[in-house]
Ligand binder design. Sequence first.
Ligand SMILES: NC(=O)c1ccc[n+]([C@@H]2O[C@H](COP(=O)([O-])OP(=O)(O)OC[C@H]3O[C@@H](n4cnc5c(N)ncnc54)[C@H](OP(=O)(O)O)[C@@H]3O)[C@@H](O)[C@H]2O)c1
Length: 242
Amino acid sequence: MNIGIIGAGQIGSALAVRLTSLGHTVYIANSRGTETLTDLAQKTGATAVTAQEAAQRGTDLIVVTIPLENIPKLPKDLLANVPAEVPVIDTSNYYPMLRDGHIPELETGDLTESGWVQQHLGRPLVKVFNNIFAAHLENNGKPAGTPGRIALPVASDDAAAKQKVMALVEELGFDALDGGTMRESWRQQPGGPIYCNDLPADQVEHHLASLGTERTEAQHAEFLANHNAAEKHMEAQGIKLK
Ligand SMILES: NC(=O)c1ccc[n+]([C@@H]2O[C@H](COP(=O)([O-])OP(=O)(O)OC[C@H]3O[C@@H](n4cnc5c(N)ncnc54)[C@H](OP(=O)(O)O)[C@@H]3O)[C@@H](O)[C@H]2O)c1
C-alpha cells in the first residue's frame, strides 16, 4: 500500500518502522519540514514529504497522528482531494492538563475525541492506535493465535474503511476488534479500562459490552476523573507532552 503519515513523532515513527518492514511504501510529514526527517527516513525507508504531499501520495491509507491541539492548525483543504474510499486514521487522545488545554465539547462529552477531529477534518475518520503506547505498537505485535495477543478496537462510521483498517491492524500483529461507531469510540478513550492496558481480545470484548454504547454522564465523569488523576501522576513523574 501507499501510506501517508502526517505526524512523525512517537506514533508516526513507530508506524513508519512497522509499515515499511511489512513492505508498504510510506510517506511521512511533520510540521518543521522534510530536512528534519532525514534520520527517520534513513532508519525506516519512509520518504519525507510535506503534509499536503502525504495526503496526496497516501493513495491507499492516510494516518493523522499529531497532538490534538494542533488539529485546527492543519490546512483546511488538507484532505479535500483525497478520494472517499481512502481510509483516514486518527490516533488522537485529549490531554487537557499536559498538552491540549480545555476543549469545551470534550469536557461536556458532546463529542468524542476523534469525533471532534472528524469535524475539523471534514470527513469520516477511523479511530485506532490511540490506546496503545508507541513502543508497544512498534515492538509487541504477534502472529495471529499467539496467547495474550493484544487486541485493538477500531471505531468508525465508515464500515468499508473500518474493514480495511482492521485488516491492517491484524497485519501489524494485533487482534482487530470492531469498536463501533465514532460516537461509540468514547469506550477506547483515556480514563477507561481499555486505554493502554494491552488487553487480549476476550477482555476488550468484555469491556466494550459491559460499558454499553451510549455514554452516560456518570461514565463521562468517571473517565475524566481517572484521566485527570493519570495526568497529575504523569506530571509528578516529570513527564512532558510538549
Ligand atoms: N505517544 C504514544 O505512546 C501515543 C499512544 C497513543 C496515541 N497517541 C496520540 O497520538 C497523537 C500523536 O502522539 P505522538 O506521541 O506520536 O506525538 P509526538 O511524539 O508529540 O509527535 C507529534 C508529531 O506531530 C507533528 N505535528 C504537529 N503539528 C503538526 C502539523 N500541524 N502538521 C504536521 N505535523 C505536525 C510533529 O512535528 P514537529 O515535531 O515537526 O512539530 C511531530 O512529528 C496524540 O494525539 C497522542 O495523544 C500517542
